[in-house]
Design a protein around this ligand. Structure first.
Ligand code: GAL
Length: 661
């Protein structure tokens, strides 16, 4: 099981390196990512290459039995390149060109950047392609993190090329973009620009295509680097570290391009429940990996350095976070970074080896984690049990977050987070999957605010329901087609027949405004004038507010519709009912929280499986002991467990379950 982190030895004198290796051994590190930001060290000038130091690093690591995820080093360019080609620097939507002096200061469509980056990749691949320490290649770093949307003339030209390919002719483009509105009909390709800031709302269909193009431009860079690697280093897996919680690129589309899907995740200290975001990220990464195991490429041992207030992790949180990723499909645990920097913007970012040195609580915690991860090796390759799919889609999110919606309070991801969180509090695991996923294996499919929905997706969901699967669709789903054009005849056009409802008009609610539901629940954010067709059961109606008396929650056979945002407890109660009807159960029977205020999930309970063998993960974030029915061997405490398994507050267990029990 890979355990380690980003290793940046170029920040340190060579005499520190041997201490690094000794301490890595002590911590159980067996995997490091090297060279992510080393371009300037490797190529200090156009015609000068310096690989000696990296040769020594790789040989040392090999000697210590540590496997290397070698970066292509293309994420940050050296100053000489930016100086020679200032046109390569990205331009933001206000037209401001970045200056050199941070990282990712390159335009994704720049031919100059492409040429120089691939020359570097070729050097790396030729030199290290069959190095015995090499475990995998790491293309660039978090592609798009800082430069995902560039509005420079080169990007505009590349956008036009992309559009020609997508539409063939201008007539099709004008139709797709609805350019009859506001006098935007294009008569020549050269009239089209990247949609930078304008005087009023920009064309939403154009914006949507620009998001698609921008994701593709970065994917092209990934593919170009990968293809060089494959040429010179065949058979070595290639990855790039995704950021599945970010809007930058369409990670579901990228997943199949990666030999091993890897993700970076950092707890967001300002969220009410940062672990909910972590669980969602892990379930999404599994969706990118099409249910196969994936690699946690980066997280932190403690605080980061880029949030408004960088909160340190409480003792035990490192283990809980790492195990939550593994519980949800990670086959490997890595951190940014091995040794804390003393210079640069990230010098106060935590690391495996903190400023305080090895004689520290944090390093001791890292060493303990290393021992646990080693024991988890036996579950590598196993998959995560999940009977529920939650559909998510980057293009739909881009479109939803574009201008001119009924409510700017309805943001992408919010409904998905709420449903995912509610399921998690019931102990139910769900895969977060793209709309083209194979739904056949699930009992229940959730469709939370899938604003944009193409015909194939609408058909697939309807087909799933007609073969007996349960589907739950929420408000403002299936509203527009692939070009962000409204589907006519009453909302939600894409799902109207499936759900047996017709919505005539939306009545969004203000921040803090609520509406009573007839069954005692509370609606927030959204209400609508909704009519149920014959044969559709109305399960709840609005009891106050502008659409009092209208249907709020309905059901037609196995298709459920929730036309508003329910408060957490109401949502949870609804999901208790829906999961029961769909035959979805948590991995182990759990005592349900008493009715009333249940709060966020206080545990993560999942099961991984390989053939007949299963492993039950129990991570207790609550304040009282958790007692569940499990017997076997706990790989965290390395002890035998006879049911009931008792997990203390803040504790974790990973039980290799006795088969057949
Ligand atoms: C990531 C990045 C790392 C490091 C880390 C700090 O986004 O890939 O290089 O900057 O954040 O949290």
């Amino acid at each position: 099981m890979p355990f380690g982190g980003d290793y940046n030895p170029e920040q340190w004198p060579e005499e520190v390196w041997s201490e690094d290796l000794d301490l890595m051994k002590r911590a159980g590190v067996n995997f490091v990512t090297v060279g992510v930001f080393s371009w300037a060290r490797l190529q200090p000038a156009l015609d000068r290459w310096e690989f000696g130091w990296l040769d020594r690093v790789l040989n040392l690591l090999h000697g210590a039995g540590i496997r290397v995820d070698l970066a292509t080093a293309t994420a940050a360019t050296p100053p000489w390149l930016a100086r020679a080609h200032p046109e390569m620097l990205p331009v933001d939507e206000r037209g401001v060109r970045a200056t050199f002096g941070s990282r990712q200061t390159w335009c994704p469509s720049s031919p100059v950047y492409r040429e120089h980056s691939l020359a570097l990749v070729e050097q790396m691949a030729r030199r290290y392609g069959s190095h015995p320490a090499l475990a995998m290649w790491h293309v660039s770093n978090e592609l798009g993190c800082h430069n995902s949307r560039c509005y420079c003339p080169t990007s505009s030209a590349a956008f036009r090329t992309w559009l020609r390919h997508r539409y063939g002719g201008l007539a099709a483009l004008n139709e797709a973009w609805g350019t009859t509105v506001w006098s935007q009909a294009y008569g020549d390709w050269d009239q089209i620009e990247a949609p930078a800031t304008s005087s009023a709302d920009r064309n939403p269909s154009q914006l949507l295509d620009f998001h698609r193009f921008s994701s593709d431009a970065l994917l092209e860079q990934y593919r170009a680097e990968r293809d060089v690697l494959r040429r010179w280093s065949p058979g070595v897996p290639v990855t790039t570290n995704l950021m599945v919680r970010s809007p930058f690129v369409d990670c579901f589309g990228w997943g199949p391009e990666l030999d091993i899907v890897s993700n970076d995740h950092y707890l967001l200290g300002f969220l009410p429940d940062p672990s909910a975001d972590l669980a969602y990220a892990a379930d999404t990464t599994r969706g990118c990996a099409r249910r196969q195991p994936w690699l946690l490429m980066e997280h932190s041992t403690s605080a980061v350095s880029w949030q408004p207030v960088n909160k340190a992790k409480e003792p035990g949180e490192m283990l809980r976070s790492s195990l939550t990723h593994v519980a949800r499909g990670a086959d490997g645990v890595a951190f940014f970074q091995w040794r804390a920097s003393v210079v640069g913007p990230e010098k106060f970012h935590s690391a495996m080896l903190p400023h305080a040195g090895p004689d520290s609580d944090r390093f001791a915690e890292v060493c303990r984690l290393g021992r646990v991860v080693e024991r988890l090796s036996e579950l590598r390759g196993s998959t995560v049990d999940a009977d529920v799919a939650l559909l998510a889609d980057w293009p739909s999110s881009w479109a939803l977050d574009g201008p001119g919606k009924p409510s700017s309070l309805v943001r992408s991801g919010a409904a998905a987070n709420a449903y995912h969180g509610a399921l998690r509090s019931l102990g139910v695991t769900c895969d977060v999957v793209p709309p083209d996923a194979d739904l056949g294996r699930y009992r229940l499919v959730l469709v939370p605010t899938l604003y944009l929905c193409d015909d194939a997706t609408a058909e697939a969901i309807a087909g799933f329901a007609s073969s007996g699967g349960h589907v739950l669709v929420t408000f403002f789903s299936g509203i527009v087609d692939v070009n962000d054009h409204v589907r006519l005849g009453g909302y939600p056009g894409g799902f109207r027949d499936l759900l047996g409802v017709t919505v005539e008009e939306f009545f969004p609610l203000d921040r803090g405004e609520t509406v009573r539901l007839a069954n005692g629940g509370t609606a927030t954010l959204w209400s609508e004038r909704c009519r149920a067709a014959e044969g559709t059961a109305v399960l709840d109606t609005y009891a106050s507010g502008p659409v009092s008396g209208n249907a709020a929650i309905t059901r037609r056979d196995t298709a459920w519709y929730v036309g508003t945002a329910l408060e957490a407890d109401d949502l949870r109660s609804l999901l208790v009912r829906v999961t029961a009807e769909a035959g979805v159960r948590p991995p182990v029977p759990l005592p349900l929280a008493p009715a009333g205020r249940s709060g966020p999930a206080t545990f993560d309970i999942t099961r991984r499986r390989s053939g007949e063998q299963t492993w039950l993960f129990v991570i207790n974030r609550g304040e009282s002991e958790l007692s569940v029915d499990a017997s076997g061997h706990d790989l965290v405490s390395d002890t035998t467990v006879v049911s009931p398994l008792r997990v203390a507050p803040g504790g974790c267990a990973v039980v290799r379950e006795t088969p057949g029990r």
